[in-house]
Design a protein around this ligand. Sequence first.
Ligand code: SER
Length: 319
Amino acid sequence: MAERILITGANGQLGTVLADALIEKYGWENVFATDIRIPEINRHAISILDVLDSQKLEEFVFDKQITQIYHLAAILSAKGEQEPLKTWDINMQAWLNVLETSRKLNVRKVFYPSSIAVFGDSAPKNPCTQTAQTEPTTVYGISKVAGENWAQYYHKRYGLDVRSLRYPGVISYQSLPGGGTTDYAVEIYHAAVKGQVFECFLEENTTLPMIYIDDAIRATLELMDAPTEYIKIRTSYNLAGVSFDPSEIYERIKAIYPEFQITFKPDFRQKIAESWPQVMDDSTAKADWNWMPEYDLNKMTSVMIEHLKVMLGKEKSVI
Ligand code: SER
């Protein structure tokens, strides 16, 4: 039987690119990209699905004979702090609806994105090990820890094949992230290419784990394709790409745009960033399903700038 894929939150930073990858892998007719809004440029033929409505979700999964769900819909760390209880409700209820629907309708595989935000001050910062204590400081982080544990519960109790990654901050040119603490590392490239001064909301020495979108997508597909017996962690796998602080990414960009300027104006996101790991230890992912990142800061910076120049109309050629 062919795989039939449902993506929730397909308008988001990860969803936009993951939809392309899954369409390439499984074909247009088998991938259902959904969100609560239709984007202006609807290149994935996104349809409306509100995962908070469990009945609608069940009907969708039943009608389309879905075999895999990639549940990306969630409110991120910084935005989540503005309305903690609402964030908890949305993040948790949506995930429980996905788990219950998957159990009832025998969905074969489910993907759950977790985050470096599951860690707080009690975890070692460099590197942060797979089994480090999870004592998050944000409601987003609390919801992700709970979500990871629900994933493991559904796996142990019902045999549901749920797999999960703790993503670092994702860096991509295809769309802007929304409401995260790591967003500065995408915004800084946009400012550089547009010739603007960049005002950074984190202090210059705030090191955080990040990952380039191609690595993040490849990790997702490799995890989901790995033979079941390789998957030993049913909460969520630590994932690492590259770690840097704002001054390091600035210096790297400045090598390409010597005039580029940065100013620092830390806000409430500084505290969130300081509570997170600086470097993720992803040795368990490497050992279990052969994960290996490919992008370092140099390679990522070159690719980001090349793509953004074309996208933002600063260069005519097409990559
Ligand atoms: N990038 C996310 C955020 O900043 C972390 O998972 O909220």
